[in-house]
Design a protein around this ligand. Sequence first.
Ligand code: COA
Ligand code: AMP
Length: 643
Amino acid sequence: MQSRYFEVYGGWQQDPEGFWGKAAEAIDWFKQPEKIFDPEQGVYGRWFVGGETNTCYNCLDRHVAAGRGNQRAFIHDSAMTGETRTFTYAETLIEVQAIAATLLDLGIQKGDRVVIYMPMVPEAVFSMLACARIGAVHSVVFGGFSAQELAARLNDSEAKLVISASCGLEPGRVVAYKPLLDQAVEMARLKPKNCLVLQRPQLRAELSAERGELDFAQTVSKARGRQVDCVPVKATDPLYILYTSGTTGQPKGVVRDNGGHMVALQWSMFNIFGMKPGEVFWTASDIGWVVGHSYIVYAPLLTGNTSVIFEGKPVGTPDAGTFWRVVRDHDVKVLFTAPTAFRAIRRDDPDGELIQHYDLSGMRALFLAGERADSETLRWAEEKLRVPVIDHWWQTETGWPIVANTVGLGLMPVKHGSPTQPMPGYALDVLDDEGKPVPRGMLGNIVIKLPLPPGCLVSFWNADDRFRDACLKEFPGYYKTADAGVIDEEGYLFVMARTDDIINCAGHRLSTGSMEEVCAKHPDVAECAVIGVHDATKGQIPCGFLVLKNHVSRETADIAKEVTNMVRSEIGPVAAFKTVMVVHKLPKTRSGKILRGTMQKIADNMPWKMPATIEDPTVLDEITTILKENGYAKDGGSLKQSA
Ligand code: COA
Ligand code: AMP
């Protein structure tokens, strides 16, 4: 089939408002929007102004009313416990109403914030939908984050309630959530009034009524059977806040609205992912990430699909065949995950032998996002699965793909290394640092012409100026993606690297700046730098360099251990901060800037040039030596080119 992509993208270019107005017809509105787009509102304009709707209504009630009540909405498959539970649309509606009733009883009203800090259990997803139902704003915090990160989110969102669980299940260990929650509440400047805690049988938590802690199941069961109507919200009202790593310190609270979000997600499910109502869609991610928000929870329900909620890992739970077991057991049509999951599977099962044990004939496509998909991994997946493997590029900020190949509109030819072409709504440019467009084929800053399409962030929570400064100021008229890349002669985009301090570790977005902030707190550390270095499975992992204070005579190994423990406890295990090297000096420019880019190139064995402004070139010799001792920079010295 010839792809309809160019025709559809061209249609959007000619009449953006007409395009999105038409897409909005797929959503049920309590009150139709007065304007498709109003450039006068918000930071860069707002979509579907005057419209009233409810996201939970569109995800559940309208499907039940249309006769989809007996279809499965969710399949919870836990490779950690071996259990599978299914919930029809009608059952999900009952559960969501019971939680919504509980929230109302606890005094949560439209606009109030609720933090959800839970593992991959159905109650987490129901809680998100319950918030949407009553117009409360959820903020999901990934379970692998520390108490301190949770406290920062409690403070910034000023949440009145936390919904959590007694524990999460990681391979070989039960992660006790309650002590982390207690510490976070203790640290938080603004304490939530209540905590609803789901008791899991693997580890029960002690709850204190005095501190407003309630047993989730007991409390919700009292409300089961109650009917709670969907609260009409404005299309422009916030549905959720999702915090993501900023360049340093404070995480950025990405705000998503109700109307534009639904319109964009619904469009993407049919046209990009090629799903038909009633089919099973599986996003193997976590609800703590944007991929989970959009494609585990909201998009599959908006389009009447069945979504798999998977608790487990691609390998080791119990083996590299788990994904294929889930695809076969639940007749998954489209699987979406991060390239790192495939690198891990390929590492454990290089010939794809386990794939042969399962009938995967129902699967139509594999989508990969979250980090650069390397050609080796793409080729392996294509060869072993014999389905189209689609790399697509997006960010927490955009909420849905910026650049993709379109299964629903017909596929375009694939170029490995490129996520293909921009989706309707996104006009891309590649600019040099002065803001001038670079010629086709040249590397530069990838920017998106304003306005951003429906579904993208409207601002940062309570921080319009920070949003303007971080994303809109450097290239006037554009949103800065902070990714660098190339657009080729045929309009294919190649995303090459971040232009800020963000690294992508196992598909998780991490700020090396915040790791440096933690390392610098150690009393023996005078200076530090954290860079991302290549890792065969995780893509990148953080690597810290410490310069110790002059008087320090302790064992450097002890200090390195203490620093890694500090990062684990202050940011979380997800930071995967395990590689630390102690050096005498850090390479710097004469104006004092640490040459992190050069260090990274040396570590990753890439060609590098001696920076003309370097203060002391000999410092790089020590860096190269220590990197080599740790298994990096294999040809570091020999690849050097002089400036
Ligand atoms: N709660 C608590 N701890 C968690 C956690 C959670 N929800 N998720 C991860 N962690 C911990 C892990 O247990 C691990 O701890 P450890 O250092 O004690 O071993 C640490 O955080 C790092 O986790 P992770 O990055 O997941 O590495 P891993 O070695 O456990 O697994 C992969 C590696 C590649 C199998 C795994 O990262 C993976 O499946 N990635 C898919 C990525 C993904 O879904 N990305 C979302 C965007 S699409
Ligand atoms: P996150 O906000 O966590 O989804 O991370 C977004 C970042 O991940 C992007 O800005 C990119 O740097 C990177 N990323 C996501 N998808 C891709 C992709 N398909 N190719 C290259 N990089 C990607």
